[in-house]
Design a protein around this ligand. Structure first.
Ligand code: ADP
Ligand code: MG
Length: 458
């Protein structure tokens, strides 16, 4: 199968050639023809499988067949949960559409940055608008944009949008777009909620499910290190330096911990930057571009901030803390091993995270092998800071087995104790004061992508 067999114009094929794409990915070869026919599409495919081109190429193709001039109405609306993802999709739209003549106009809008420049830009009209739901609604409220000529509506990372509580905004947006339209729903996972949304949104959809559900890319080499809390920082630094990782994306459960880890790495002489919802949009953009250019060796991120970010050839992903939602594990490690490149995903697992580990292993359908931290002195404990201590369970609730026990203290070799490591992990949620992170983030007020900042503790 080649791109030229998919019914795309020579101008788009040229852009794909420029991008170095040789053959369509499985999701692309299924989604593109269906989208071009004008069908509704429900597509689930693991991260890094090229979903973006799966919907942007047919949109560009269809719109370019009927170019408009002057003040154009939005004809394709792409909704996406995070600013970074919106920006990334916007870049793809520009990249793939570069040879079209006349050019289609596209724009990207999200919260956390000034609204007035967005209003000014939208005044001239755009064909394709990539938006985070909250800011889009703000803009509609300010009469900066109308959605009543939308022909194609895309929900990208739909599972994440639901997780982040965007459902109400999505429903509002659905009331603003024409009833007769094409709907494309893309998701990394196929949860019950996604199927429900698809049931209400989609009209006789073509269903595409190219990857086994909830499995991480085959090309990702996964392993875990059993570790006690005071050793985590030192182990992370050790792994980065000992293995001479050129670059790593490190995940934490909270913004606060993202900052702490970043500071720790910086003290150890590693160029690190944090990316999370409390950072200004400029700081986030700077961190991401520093990381993409290679100036920043380690980027420390929360789930929400890193969602969908595509960094080519990212070799290492580290779960400094396991995600509360097992599906997030799949999303996180999907940041490496993209588009067939090989990648490594390492998880540091503390005794009180064993329940979460179990759930993750259940989801991905296999145990994750335990690695040994060669050359790491497990007695190297970094004293817990007052800040870190705050994260501890309150009221003496610390479960047995999470203190000094099985893997703590001495021994280096960590392999082969797969039975052991599950020993005390019979609760799915861990500490009392972390429960807020176990729940899906709920929005408190309608403020659009800024809810990234408001969403629980992420
Ligand atoms: P997803 O949305 O499924 O997580 P993306 O659309 O972000 O994945 O694509 C992942 C990476 O693969 C991007 O860097 C993209 O440029 C690249 N890519 C997409 N399609 C192809 C292709 N057909 N050939 C080569 N690389 C591709
Ligand atoms: Mg994507």
């Amino acid at each position: 199968m080649s791109f030229s067999q998919l019914g795309l114009s020579p101008e788009l094929l040229r852009a794909l050639e420029d991008a170095g794409y040789q053959t369509p990915s499985p999701i692309q070869s299924k989604a593109i023809p269906a989208c071009l026919e004008g069908r509704d599409v429900l597509a689930a495919a693991q991260t890094g499988t090229g979903k973006t081109a799966g919907f942007t190429l047919p949109i560009l193709e269809r719109l370019s067949r009927q170019p408009r001039s002057g003040k154009r109405p939005v004809r394709a609306l792409i909704l996406t949960p995070t600013r970074e993802l919106a920006a990334q999709i916007g870049e793809s739209v520009e990249k793939y559409g570069v040879h079209l003549s006349p050019r289609l106009k596209s724009d990207v809008v999200y919260g956390g940055v000034k609204v007035n420049p967005q209003i000014t830009r939208l005044r001239d009209g755009v064909d394709i608008l990539v938006a985070c739901p909250g800011r889009l609604l703000d803009l509609v409220g300010q009469k900066a944009v109308r959605l009543d000529e939308v022909e194609t509506l895309v929900l990208d990372e739909a599972d994440r949008m639901l997780d982040m509580g965007f459902i109400h905004d999505i429903k509002k947006i659905l009331r603003l777009v024409p009833g007769k339209r094409q709907n494309l729903l893309f998701s990394a996972t196929f949860s019950k909620e996604i199927r429900e949304l698809a049931g209400t949104l989609l009209n006789d959809p073509v269903s595409i499910d190219v990857a086994p559900r909830n499995t991480a890319a085959e090309s990702v080499d996964q392993s875990i290190y059993m570790v006690e809390k005071p050793q985590r920082m030192a182990l992370l630094t050790h792994l980065i330096t000992h293995h001479q990782w050129s670059q790593a994306l490190v995940f934490t459960a909270t913004k606060h911990m993202a900052n702490r880890v970043t500071q720790h790495l910086q003290k150890a002489g590693i160029t690190a930057a944090a990316i999370h919802g409390n950072k200004s949009q400029n700081a986030r953009t700077a961190a991401l571009s520093g990381f993409k250019s290679g100036e920043v060796q380690v980027m420390v991120a929360t789930d929400v901030a890193a969602r969908g970010i595509d960094i080519s050839e990212l070799p290492n992903v580290v779960n400094f803390e396991l995600p509360k939602t097992p599906a997030d594990y799949v999303h996180r490690i999907g940041r490496t091993g993209r588009a067939g490149a090989s990648g490594q995903a390492v998880s540091l697992v503390m005794p009180d995270e064993r329940g979460q580990l179990k759930q993750i292993e259940k989801l991905i359908g296999r145990p994750i092998p335990v690695a040994s931290a060669e050359g790491f002195d497990f007695s190297r404990a970094v004293p817990e800071t007052p800040d870190e201590r705050e994260q501890r369970p309150r009221g003496g609730q610390r479960r047995q087995g999470s203190g000094q026990s099985r893997n703590g203290g001495g021994g280096g070799a960590r392999s082969g104790n797969g039975g052991n490591r599950n020993g005390s992990g019979n609760r799915s949620r861990s500490d009392g004061n972390r429960d807020e992170q176990a729940r899906p983030a709920r929005r408190r007020r309608r403020s659009g992508p800024r809810t990234v900042d408001n969403s629980g503790n992420r």
